[in-house]
Design a protein. Sequence first.
Lengths: 1040, 414
Amino acid sequence: MLRKCSRALLIFFCALLAVIPFGGISASAAELKTEFSGASVPEEKNYTWSSITAVTSTKKMRKYFIIRTDCGGYSADLYISFPKEGGFRLQALHEFQKEDGLTSPQAGNNGLFEPDALEVVHYANDSGALLLYGGGDTIIRYTKYGNGFEMQIRNGDDKRIISITNLQISFAYDRKGNVVRSMVEMPLVSREAIYGGGERFNDANQVGHTISLTNFDCWSQPEYSYKNVPLFHSNRGYSIWFNMSYSGQADIGETDSKKYSVTFDGEKLDFYLFTGTPLENLKRYTDLTGTSGVSETWTYGFWTGAQNAAFEKGGGTLTNVTKLIEGYKSRYNFYPEACYAEGEAARTTSVTEYLSGKGIKTLGWFSPNLWKNLGSVSDLLPNVTEYPSFDSSGKILSSGQPFVYFSKYFKTYGKYKFFDKDYIDFSNPNSVEMIKACWEQYWNNGVRGSMNDFGEWFPFETMYFNGLDGDEMHNLISYYYAKSANEAWSNKFGNDYVLFMRSGCAGSQYYSGDFLGDQVSAYYGDDNNGYVSTIYAMISMGASGFNLYGADLGGLGGTPSDDLWNRWVQLSVFSPYMRQHGSVIHTPWSHGTQATKSFGSWYYFRKNIVPMIESAAIDAEKTSNPIIKGMMMAYPYQIALADINDQYIFCDDFLVCPVTVENTTYREITLPKGSTWYGLSDYENYGGGNTVNFYSPTSNFPVFVKGGAVKAVNVPSGMELGAEMHDESNDDKQALNALLITPPDNDRTSVIYKKTGQSTDYHTYNCTTETYENRRGSDSDFTILNEQGSDRQIVLALGVTAASITVDGQPLSSLAHTPSYTNNEYGYYVDTTGKGMTKILLPKGWKSLNIVKGSVERSSATLVSSSKPVSLVTSTGFKVFESDSVIDASEIKVMWSTAFADNYDIEYSLDGESWNTIKSESSEHTVTNGAGSVDTVDCGNISAKYFKIVPYDVGDDGEPAVNAVEVYSEPSERIEVVKNDTNIWKNFKEDNYDIPFEDISVGSLNGTSYKGMLTASLMIAVIFAGGTLFVVYYRKKHIN
Amino acid sequence: MKNKTKTGLISLILSMCMAVSLVPKVSAAQTEIVSIKTTLTDKTVDRSQSGSLSLPTVIVGYDSANNMRTVSVTWENDEYRSYKDGTFVFTAVPTDSQYSFASSCVPQVKVTNKINGDFDSNTSRKYYFDHKNDLLDFSCYYTENTFSNTAGYYDIKLSEKPILDYWQLSSGKISANFERTTENVWNGLNRASCVSSVILNSLQLYNFKLEVDYKHASNNWWYPYVLFGVQDPTRFFGKLYVSPTADMATGEGTDLAFDRSTLVGGVYAYSEIEGKLNVYGAVKDDGYGRLYFDKDISEDKNVLATYNRNETHRMSITVIDGVFGIQIDDSDVFYGDVDDEALGGFLGFAACSKGVSFDNFKVTALDENGNETKLSEALQGKAPALKEDNYTGWDSSKCPLEFVWGNGFDQSKR
């Protein structure tokens, strides 16, 4: 039993010299906590570090290149192989492992993620060096380096990416010679960025941070995570994945800006290094660990919900749930797709019956020890023996009850004894039966999903059914948790359910969706664990193989400010899952005028883009292309973007720029090079490569659509985004398949997936595939091609004021109104407000859609434009805005700051003394019942030099102020063909960066040339077309 | 062999000289015994035959007026220890200072202590506790603390005490001889109170086997602790936790707690009276400061099903390279890991109440492979002090590859 140690004395004296407490690889690295609720990492102490000191020999084998080394007096063999999936793999086999009988390295992560095959290693000489390569494009140039080695890693273009020397690999030995810690160190250079690492709350780019790699119930504190995946992407052209689930930490350039050190508390060193772009390497990672799945379409809708304690307050759970659900119905005329009814709520029949009656899926809560509330072990698993049993041949007869064992009993006797009958050991197959037993009766009541919580609470010093100790299983249990839950629910429902976990690890994405953990209801919070941390988390998760996730809209801890609530709604719309949750029942109507008025539009906009999200989810499942990509993941060659932690690409084409400052009206946005970007709120075009200070009042979430996009959306027959729409209404609100397109800067291809029928399971489903070419023609036109013939009859051309359109070679009629879908009125309508949106109705089966771009002349004047709010009220009265000269106006755009007036008059004057008021046909004031952000007022045709705004009632946030007031003339009626498109990206190639950021003129490509529009004639409505996307109120006004 | 004999003779001569010097001068108030009636014979103690040193407790003699006197005596020889092989001349010393022996008739007994293979004195030492000289190698400690009733965590200190104030030798055993002052209720305060430890001063082995006979007190369940890895004998193996609602009169609402600072108290192993082995203190544990072996895992019965609290049991503790194995009588061996803070350190035993006894305290030095080794050559000392992790790893300035971003990258700034 006791390990014989031939060097015990030597080691002991070494220990006297270098006795080390647990807590960090280096005295200067940030101190990380090793204890959170439910998990305390055992201390590793009195170990001695040594890097690999010398190479003793090498051995060329068919599938391995073995480097035999000395490491501080111990031998360690490094096995290099080339997996079929790409890159190379390095595994260590230590001296004492060999003495224990091992003849080859132990695979990390319990051997769950092994390559399909290993390539034959090719050896070649290269000027005294040894070249190693397999079938992929990663090449190792191996040379002697002092007494050790250098492995220079090159990509397929023979570019030198990185080198690893013997000194960059270290092991910590305990007194007995066991390896208790492993460390790999990689160089960093200036401007290098590192993304990934699982779910990170500190930033998207991890350079400059020290992070824990141990799953903790950490309340989203920046250095910690619920989901650790030691996969790190470098923008220099490689990714490294540690196939290890031990506790650990990574000091990524915090202590030493020229390196990052990744340390694990375990002996099985096993990593893969891939050369290529982050996305290429993410694909390789998921080839090994599995891609995320595809949940049913309803899961991409809106989930409401709250903690059980919140539901239980006041009138009780059913009353509160009903109040919440009916609140949505009465205000916005929809029922949420799902309701997360935590705890007892989902197990209350009256609640589930009510929700089912409304067509709402009930989502419940699960914890690894929840079973104790539902019965005894023997009740739940009546046919399961307490401990595993085997027949005489060793074949397992029963897996026993699914709980972890007290490891010393097993190690001493080879027998089992439960550590505690508490948390379910999900590596035990009977865990599936336990999950089923817990849910069976509630499934029958309508429960269709589960938050699978508390996967970070698993003990370390125990043994699990799969034979691993807690030091490896603490993180890895999330894989088994997800797998068992998936199996239990799939057996019952196929795929008509949704699971979302808090904890995660490599491979867990294959079986389950996720939620982002617990955040406080603040932008940052005292521990930087609020809303902003979820942005980083989503980006990091996207870089780590996760795709189906969403934060608690509103935050779990507390009540968000009205402003934050609005921002969080917006962020959730552009999240893979849109789910509201909190320790209180968050409702839009408890967050002020703007939130109350806008939520319906946000909900319906989410419904508009559900097809796009589902398509992206399928794409991620098939190709590992993330739904959310951080800047470096999407644009690794644009180094300047890598440090932007709060922008991301959503579904390939949406650049989402969440506002991260409370009560602000502007945010700086850097638009990636290579394409033109089209504002989803103002429909204007913005040149890639620019940094813009974007008007982002509370109602306006900065999102831009990439040039050349072809996205699947649903719209009602009115073709309006954000307007009321239902999946099955069979009227003018029926959701119809449509496309949202933008003009291409250069030729692009888009694939749209659409799931058909019910899936068999998370990875088995039927879907159609539509391929669209978006080809740039001349400077004036572009063409959408679909060889199969598209059934999407509605096309919304964003950023396009079409001069003419042909479909399959036939000219399409220009209409003065939105084409009537029900009457098959094929044609197109250019939004006459002058904004870049053309709405097109096409016959079924169209294959070619050619659009000639146009522009409309229109003059404009800016009365005030300031990034600082300008108060309307002065000490002497109301502020007067004066134009340089008398102007003819047909439309006035008031761009409010955070504080706004919801009832006000606009007055105008030629001389500043005699004033007229712009009247409303239907209400007392020029604008009644406004909601801030932007009000666009049709003022008929007036001439004036002076304007003032007279507020009567103020909105949510105090004394009203504006950031800008713009006045527009009547647009010309003729749409001119754009002839000289100055698109600088039309010949763009990804590796051609002749134009640096600072040389791009901000004004050269902005949307001013697209301005000058037709007369606004829309009635007062909440619309998304023709102005600010989000809750813009157009009002037609006439002068009496 | 020759050298050994010579050493024995020298010892004998030295002992006799010292015995002479021990004869007290007669004071005016003293009664001098001038002749001895008790017949004294030399003794041979054969340890291999479970022999035990037993000398008369009284001497009968006559004073100068020829009055017969019965004098209680102790027997003195500074060199004697029960583990020492050899011949020792013991001199009787009256316990009552009113008596003295005339120099012509000082009672003496020559004792030949024969280990005779009972243990190998090169590798082991065994205390039979049949003479108080053995206690000279031990120090005694006792928990004497005054705890606040304010909620919190409090260190539990042990103070050094005269050993015979708390322990006694009788019938060839050492027995606790103090009464508990707190109730027989299991809580933190009571467990932290009325504990006396006996610590062997001279050996701090890293790899060893410790064997000791113990017996529970007959009238309570308090624990007979066997100690190892004790770095600081003045520290108990735990802290006292006082909850906000604690009643310090009864100890209700108190418990023991453990943290890094308590590890210096070492490891306390014991069996409950039902035969359940507990190991508390500086062991790698379940997070609550203990390993608790309560069930036979295959047969679901007590670990020591035939354990009889009224009998003497033998606990054997082996520690090799930080892994301990504990056996009671011929039970299975229970393994665990000693915390690094409890490597080396002192050995000993402790009790919580009167009546607990220990005997045959045997320590054997082992090497790192578990083989017996000479005591003189065995690795000894306390656990090394823990230091900061100063490993800084790879010197990044010596990266052999200077990475160049190259034309493929847009290096412009925002």
